[in-house]
Design a protein around this ligand. Structure first.
Ligand code: NAI
Ligand code: MG
Length: 507
């Protein structure tokens, strides 16, 4: 939501975008080669701003996953990857960052065409965050260390140390809300730790991951280290999650599928990390800077059209400030400019797909039927005939058991609820099966930090929202999943510890 607002303008199509979409997307990457699905089937990715087909990509299935896992296994056990020094691996990841940066405009446009998000956002957020993320983990490659342990064995001297080794072949299943960034979150740390990967992008947004795959060779990442299999979740995704030769599965997506993945992973007890849905409470106290809190609350829910796992979808406002905050929030929401992502004036694009459009508008109907009132938005923007657009919507009068207050909507829809005191809002904030994020707006920093300790969430923002950094861990409490991505914490997901004992003889 860039301010001040800019004039409508469509940039020139970046070099390479048309060739790629028109031709090369029909193949995916297995063992360093670009191949079609074994079945020859393809699936269509759509431009959500026009509802028109954008590209055909392979519809990979079990057989393709098998080939990709075999390639990843070979690359892990016997390929040059294992013999490369940590420094060489780090440099390859750094080079990948440089290459993404060099092709930054192409990636930004691919992301916008495939996902719908404003180009201004793909340029300013998605692509630079990807570059930064790869650089951060390039640095970690040389710092994955074990320890020496002072053991106490009577009469025996021992040298006991740990090695931190890669987990092995890793399956990574990612969603469509930040396609390239989610690929980077998964790949950066996995490669830094020396694993090999089979990556399954979301069927709605496979393009940027395929384009990233084209850069691996130039970056110096050997064949088979990263395999990219496009396809549907129920076929390609499921085959990866249950594959007996995959050592770990990392998933970002719905809580429903997270549970399926856990069951599928139980066959060979592969390690699992899950980053799932949320219904994050965003809490504004009357003693906050109410102007920035209102704008912050709008951005908390409307950034990426509400298609964020950590979206601030439950907005709690201290009762005595309710009538001050609400008009500011409503005014801000009504001014957000909706349009195709490729228009530089656009501040909010369409939802990613027709399914998500149906889902989110279904929630809008359910909210209204349940007695909720839309203080702004509430439907489809009348000015836009095509595309999966939904207006930024602010609900008031939401009942405590309403579906729109309890379930993840994953769209630009916020429920506003007044509260009287800290204890009441702490209880309400935690009254959810999720626990991904929360935020507190107040000038009383002690109160904010005390509340941060009470809230059951993996991230708590104070006087800010949606702030991310490759160095700061991110992940869920409760049914928002487990395992922390980003920062040093993510190394735990992609390494395992081996303890080595050496008998040095008697004391
Ligand atoms: P989803 O969880 O079905 O899709 C995410 C990824 O999982 C995709 O790559 C998909 O192909 C894969 N997948 C689907 N079924 C699978 C299976 N049985 N086995 C293995 N992989 C499978 O999410 P969907 O249907 O796209 O969106 C539905 C809802 O999920 C959204 O409305 C939102 O509430 C939530 N969601 C949460 C995300 C997050 O960042 N936490 C991201 C995307 C969706
Ligand atoms: Mg698409």
């Amino acid at each position: 939501m860039a301010q001040p607002r800019v004039q409508s303008e469509y940039p020139a199509v970046a070099p390479g975008v048309r060739d790629f979409i028109g031709g090369r997307t029909r193949k995916m990457l297995i063992d360093g080669k670009w191949v079609e699905a074994a079945s020859g089937k393809t699936l269509t990715s759509y431009d959500p701003a026009t509802e028109e087909p954008l590209a055909e990509v392979p519809a990979g299935e079990k057989e393709d996953i098998d080939r990709a896992v075999k390639a990843a296994r070979k690359a892990f056990e016997t390929g040059p990857w294992r013999r490369m020094t940590a420094s060489e691996r780090g440099r390859a990841i750094w080079k990948l960052a440089d290459l993404v940066e060099r092709h930054g405009e192409e990636f930004a446009q691919l992301e916008t065409l495939d996902n719908g998000k404003p180009l201004a956002v793909s340029r300013a957020a998605d692509v630079p965050l990807v570059v930064d993320h790869f650089r951060y983990y390039a640095g970690w490659a040389t710092k994955v260390e074990g320890e020496t342990i002072p053991v106490s064995i009577p009469g025996q001297q021992m040298l006991t140390y740990t090695l931190r080794e890669p987990v092995g072949v890793v399956g990574q299943i990612i969603p469509w809300n930040f396609p390239l960034l989610m690929a980077a979150w998964k790949l950066g740390v996995a490669l830094a730790c020396g694993n090999t990967v089979v990556l399954k992008p979301a069927e709605q947004t496979p393009l940027s991951a395929l384009r990233l795959g084209e850069l691996l060779d130039e970056a110096g990442i050997p064949p088979g280290v990263v395999n990219i299999v496009t396809g549907y979740g129920e076929t390609a995704g499921a085959a990866l999650a249950e594959h007996p030769d995959v050592d770990k599965i990392a998933f970002t997506g719905s809580t429903e599928v997270g549970k399926i993945i856990m069951r599928a992973a139980s066959g060979n007890l592969k390690r699992v990390s899950l980053e799932l849905g949320g219904k994050s409470p965003n809490i504004i106290f009357a003693d906050a800077d109410l102007d920035s809190a209102a704008i912050g609350a709008a951005n908390a829910i409307f950034f990426n059209h509400g298609q964020c796992c950590c979206a601030g979808s439950r907005l709690y406002i201290e009762a005595k400030a309710y009538d001050t905050v609400m008009p500011k929030l409503v005014e801000y929401s009504e001014k957000i400019k909706l349009g195709p992502g490729m228009d530089l004036a656009t501040e909010m694009g369409p939802l990613v797909s027709s399914e998500q459009y149906q889902r989110v508008t279904g929630f809008l109907d359910s909210g209204k039927k349940g007695g909720g009132k839309a203080a702004s938005g509430g439907g489809r923007p009348k000015s836009l005939a095509k595309g999966y657009f939904v207006e930024p919507t602010v609900f008031t009068d939401v009942k405590a058991d309403a579906k729109i207050l309890r379930e993840e909507i994953f769209g630009p829809v916020v429920c506003t609820i007044p509260f009287k005191n800290v204890d009441e809002v702490a209880k309400a904030g935690n009254d959810t099966t999720y626990g991904l994020a929360a935020a507190v707006w107040t000038k009383d920093i002690a109160k904010a930090n005390r509340l941060a300790q009470t809230l059951k969430a993996g991230t708590v923002w104070i006087n800010c929202y949606n702030v991310f950094d490759a160095a700061a861990p991110f992940g869920g409490y409760k049914q928002s999943g487990f395992g922390r991505e980003m920062g040093k914490a993510a190394l735990e997901l992609y390494t395992q510890i081996k303890t080595v004992w050496t008998n040095l003889g008697p004391h």
